[in-house]
Design a protein around this ligand. Structure first.
Ligand code: APR
Length: 244
């Protein structure tokens, strides 16, 4: 009983680290980022495949686009960046807020993952957004309907749609002791605005091989490296420092 009590307080007292991740953390697993190359996403203009208008105009194209992304998940694996964040849980209470729709954080073994922009492996009803289902295979087709008889769509937050998990994410940031930003250009709101929810003077680390405009003038510790190398280094440092 006493041991359980001590364990309980150990978890309560653990420092809370929030990680805000974006496409860059999955780049080394072979998943394309959005804005790195020619502004196209897997040869498509974002507005042709990732907006409510695109769905209205050409459902087949949108379904096919996400089917291909879902199929690609079968061929990719978490990388050392995802794995480093799992290791961080040895000594910290870690909450990951990801803009990614892949499941690589979960497959690496992270315990707490909040998806801001939806999840590739889920689909939902077009008539009732609360009807969300985990997919078995990779292919969603026209005529695949929810129990209310309406077409299912990818469970993705498209441009122009509300981000249902943003309030929860802001809450996580407000109670965090430290923030790690990795692999995001911070171009897309409201996700990019989350970093302003952090308590003043809390450390912020940013891991990215390229320059990122955070909109915060001071105090960001920049690790200019790819996620696998940068996160491994940072996590080892944080674990080492916490032991002292
Ligand atoms: N390790 C870490 N970061 C990397 C790596 C890497 N190996 N390779 C690229 N990056 C960085 C880039 O330098 C860039 O800053 O990852 C970032 C990727 O930025 P974006 O492509 O804009 O992706 P993201 O910020 O996740 O996009 C946000 O926009 O299109 C929408 O909904 C979509 O969730 C997505 C959102």
């Amino acid at each position: 009983m006493c041991e359980l009590y001590i364990l309980f307080w150990y978890f309560v007292m653990m420092q809370r680290i929030v990680v805000l991740s974006g496409a860059g953390i999955s780049a080394e697993s072979g998943v394309s980022t959005f804005r790195d190359n020619d502004g196209l996403w897997e040869n498509h203009k974002v507005e042709d495949v990732a907006t409510p208008r695109a769905w209205e105009v050409n459902k087949e194209l949108v379904l096919d686009f996400y089917n291909q992304r879902r199929k690609q998940l079968l061929d990719v694996k978490p990388n050392k960046g995802h794995q480093a964040l799992v290791k961080l849980e040895e000594q910290f209470n870690v909450e990951i807020i990801t803009q990614n729709v892949d499941d690589l954080h979960e497959r690496a073994g992270s315990s707490n993952v909040l998806h801001l922009h939806g999840e590739l492996k889920k689909v939902r009803s077009t008539i009732d957004p609360s009807l969300v289902y985990k997919m078995e295979g990779w292919e969603l087709k026209m005529g695949d309907n929810c129990p209310r008889g309406e077409q299912l769509r990818p469970h993705i937050v498209w441009f122009g749609e509300e981000v249902p998990n943003i309030l929860l994410a802001a809450e996580l940031l407000r109670s965090a002791d430290c923030l790690i930003i990795v692999g995001t250009s911070l171009n897309v709101y409201p996700a990019a605005g989350l970093i302003h929810e952090l308590k003043p003077n809390s450390p912020i680390y940013l891991v990215d091989p390229n320059e990122v405009n955070t909109g915060i003038a001071e105090g960001i510790r920049i690790i200019q490296a790819k996620a696998s190398e940068g996160l491994t280094r940072l996590v080892n440092q944080l674990l080492e420092k916490n032991k002292k």
